[in-house]
Design a protein around this ligand. Structure first.
Ligand code: MLT
Length: 278
């Protein structure tokens, strides 16, 4: 059974999250422009064995932030506040795309809490200049009233061609979810992504295993870049999904669930030998 919990904190007026299952904890962070609903198809698989915590990032779903800005570090802090509320000391943290950038910030700020880091269609680099410029253009479009046009144009690019043809209703549902985000949140998230630093050193210094879940048809988190970075940490689990683009948790939820379960089992049951060696 999934329970929805809302807490009030000094930093964020409301932090909402879903909680399901019992045992060691897995945190699932959604990307942009999404909410905790993104993980709905995956949660039942994981909750059969683990406690699963699925936050709405502040500015998405039912979670809120003050002012007009939110940083990747603050997104990480929002996760820490939820864990504190739940008295959870250690987690496997999985982040989808922007959620992966937030998970990396979490690993930087709360390293002792991280038993494993799963990067789902994500990577540890900062944006390059052309990417920043594209984001600034989108911010301009949203500021000029183009929020809906922006969402309708961007969401289809997240899915593989085959998925879009076979699941038009799922695509529409995702567009509708994206349309729930206020322009203020979209802009704040894009600025947070523009301003996030390169976090390659988190991988190089990782004392926890890292998982890489890539879609062969992903044009946003290029699998080649993910595979390159999968050489950096000492322990890496890598899966590349054929026929999947940027949204494996919707395009192939069973497969990604199996992989996260396998990774979590390793993280919670094994202390990798290199940790002792350091
Ligand atoms: C996401 O899916 O979270 C975003 O597409 C990430 C990005 O734009 O870098």
């Amino acid at each position: 059974m999934t329970e929805t919990i809302k807490i009030e904190t000094d930093l964020f007026p409301v932090l909402a999250y879903n909680k399901a299952g019992n045992g060691s904890a897995i945190v699932l962070l959604h990307g942009f422009p999404e909410s905790r609903k993104l993980w709905d198809k995956v949660v039942p698989f994981l909750a059969a064995y683990y406690k699963v915590i699925v936050p709405d990032m502040p500015g998405s779903g039912d979670s809120t932030f003050n002012g007009d800005e939110v940083s990747m570090e603050q997104l990480a802090d929002s996760v820490a506040l939820i864990l504190e509320h739940e008295h959870i000391k250690e987690v496997v943290i999985a982040g989808h795309s922007m959620g992966g950038y937030a998970a990396l910030a979490f690993a930087e700020r709360y390293k002792p809490k991280v038993k494993g880091l799963s990067l789902v269609h994500s990577n540890a680099s900062a944006d390059d200049e052309p990417k920043k410029e594209l984001r600034r253009k989108s911010i301009e479009l949203i500021r000029k009233g183009g929020r809906e046009a922006f969402i309708r144009q961007m969401i289809p690019n997240l899915f593989s061609g085959t998925f879009k043809t076979n699941h038009p209703k799922a695509l529409e549902a995702n567009i509708n979810e994206g349309l729930k985000l206020e322009g203020r949140s979209l802009i704040a998230f894009y600025n947070a992504m523009i301003n996030r630093p390169d976090r390659i050193s988190i991988l190089q210094n990782a004392i926890f295993p890292v998982q890489w879940l890539a879609g062969k048809e992903d044009t946003i988190a290029a699998p080649a870049k993910m595979l390159q970075q999968s050489m950096l940490a000492n322990v890496n689990f890598v899966s590349v999904y054929p026929g999947v683009a940027h949204m494996s948790m919707i395009e192939d939820p069973e497969r990604i669930s199996r992989d996260i379960l396998e990774f979590a089992a390793y993280c919670f049951s094994n202390k990798p030998k290199h940790v002792d060696a350091k």
